[in-house]
Design a protein around this ligand. Structure first.
Ligand SMILES: CC(C)(COP(=O)(O)OP(=O)(O)OC[C@H]1O[C@@H](n2cnc3c(N)ncnc32)[C@H](O)[C@@H]1OP(=O)(O)O)[C@@H](O)C(=O)NCCC(=O)NCCS
Length: 461
């Protein structure tokens, strides 16, 4: 890429330097382990500590504040790469050649065109729907519209697939109803069909999110602009205005930063559905469902409410004092995995300052955020509580003209890359997810006919 001289690259490299100085955030090569199943691990509620699977897609180093995709440091990717290249990296496993990147970017741009899906989506009361529910609906409409296209594409590529038994995936269609034997079909197109669906989803979810943003405000969806990049089109199709080079670059970096993050709830949800051999569309739809919740994808919206509620820099100290005295959580701080500064927040902080300059919607909010960060770090830093990805992302999105209700859908747009990359990887050695449950209910109860039943007594609390 040719970003070396621009201001944003310098900001990212400065953030990277700071991270390495403060937490030594380089990924530790000793972390790489070959998993020998079965593994022994201590599991807490919510499967905390459980190892769901082995993965080569990405690594989160919570103790040192490190994040890497396929072994490449997130700061380097933000500084030197773009979202299309990162998608290729996540899905395929290595950085593309020039020709590969051109072909892949063209394909993603092509797949941004989903007029039939958008026409169907427009038949629903989108303006009254939760935008994440609308996105899930759109993903299911995509499934309906596009599985045939994936299949045709898979067929076209069939001839290119080798007949080496090792390259044939396990997950083929069951043959014969009696024994449901899984057939090893030569030149099986499923993997390519899935890859085509992954690319369609990476683009389609972006087009749908942009269309939903517009429909919520009474506008018609826009077709993508063939001259713009993926990030440029996300902004253009949302606002109807051609973004500047700087805005495009900021969006690009935000997309890269949100693309993948270990075995988080939405990734796990997507994998669980994929492990049943349901299609990729249904799996991504499950990921979107999981991301909808405020404990996962919705915190950045709440950060914006919080900053507006604080109102001024002078109010920060008394607000923090009162909030912590009431034992309330400060939105956008703390993380289950990072116990040091989240590397994504390190990059987003300067971008929030940059994208918000001169924007009415951001007026004064960055200064409040910066003062809040200082105050929380001095009070809670010793507990390992620092800004997380959601603290500054809302300010970045607002600076780019994205409305608050669309923050979580924009997060989903980026995360489709991680979900699909991990689905493709998992399906190579698929095993349906089936954890156990500890039964703690009643046993040996005798069935009582309805006429003889008494109302159950409720336990006093
Ligand atoms: C993300 C989060 C759920 C992680 O929680 P966790 O790893 O389970 O941490 P715990 O709930 O065990 O908290 C550990 C301690 O830090 C405190 N803490 C954690 N996050 C805090 C926050 N945002 N504000 C104030 N205190 C916080 C807890 O009160 C607890 O204190 P204690 O030990 O005195 O009881 C939590 O930090 C949080 O609720 N953050 C705010 C919401 C948010 O920003 N979510 C987006 C995450 S990307």
């Amino acid at each position: 890429m040719h970003f070396e001289s621009d201001r944003i690259t310098r900001l990212i490299l400065a953030a990277s330097k700071k991270a390495h100085r403060e937490t030594g955030a380089s990924p530790d090569s000793r972390i790489v382990k070959i998993v020998e199943w079965p593994v022994t691990c201590t599991v807490g509620p919510g499967l905390e500590g459980a190892i769901a699977c082995e993965s080569k897609v990405g690594y989160v180093n919570g103790a040192q504040g490190g994040l890497s995709y396929r072994g490449y440091d997130i700061f380097d990717l933000c500084a030197h790469s773009n979202y299309e290249e990162v998608c290729f990296l996540l899905l395929i496993g290595n950085l593309p050649s020039k020709a590969e990147l051109r072909g892949f970017s063209d394909k993603l741009r092509d797949y941004l065109h989903i007029p039939d899906v958008l026409r169907q989506l427009a038949g629903f009361p989108i303006e009254r729907m939760n935008p994440m529910a609308a996105l899930r609906l759109g993903t299911n409409l995509m499934r309906h519209e596009q599985t045939d296209l994936d299949f045709l594409r898979g067929k076209a590529d069939e001839a290119k697939i080798g007949t080496d038994e090792d390259s044939i995936p396990m997950e083929t269609l069951p043959r014969g109803e009696e024994h449901a034997i899984y057939e090893f079909r030569r030149r099986q197109p499923i993997r390519d069909r899935n890859l085509a669906a992954c690319c369609r989803l990476i683009s389609g979810v972006a087009s749908m999110a942009a269309a939903i943003a517009r429909m919520r405000e009474g506008h018609l969806p826009l077709a993508p602009d063939p001259e713009l990049s993926y990030a440029g089109n996300v902004l253009y199709m949302t606002s109807g205005e051609r973004p500047s080079a700087e805005e495009t670059r900021i969006m690009d970096v935000a997309l890269i930063l949100h693309a993948d993050h270990g075995m988080n709830a939405s990734t796990f949800a997507a994998l669980v559905v994929a492990s049943t051999l349901a299609d990729v569309y249904s799996s991504v739809s499950a990921g979107i469902g999981a991301l909808t919740g405020p404990l996962h994808g919705g915190a950045n919206e709440q950060v914006m409410h919080m900053l507006r509620g604080i109102g001024s820099v002078a109010n920060v100290k008394p607000w923090v004092k009162a909030t912590l005295a009431e034992k309330k959580r400060v939105m956008g701080f703390g993380h289950r995995v990072y116990k040091v500064y989240d590397p994504r927040a390190r990059v987003l902080a300067p971008l929030a300052a940059l994208s918000g300059r001169g924007k009415v919607a951001n007026k004064g909010l960055f200064q409040i955020a910066a003062a809040l960060e200082t105050e929380i770090a001095s009070r809670l830093g010793k507990k390992g509580i620092f800004p997380n990805v959601d603290f500054y992302s809302g300010l970045v999105y607002t600076g780019l003209g994205i409305s608050e209700r669309m923050f979580t859908p924009m997060f989903a747009v980026s995360r489709v890359a991680g979900w699909t990359a991990r689905i493709l990887e998992y399906l190579k050695n698929n095993r349906i997810f089936r954890p156990r449950v500890m039964y703690s209910g009643a046993v040996d109860r005798h069935y009582v006919p309805i006429a003889a039943r008494r109302p159950a007594r409720r336990k006093k609390r």
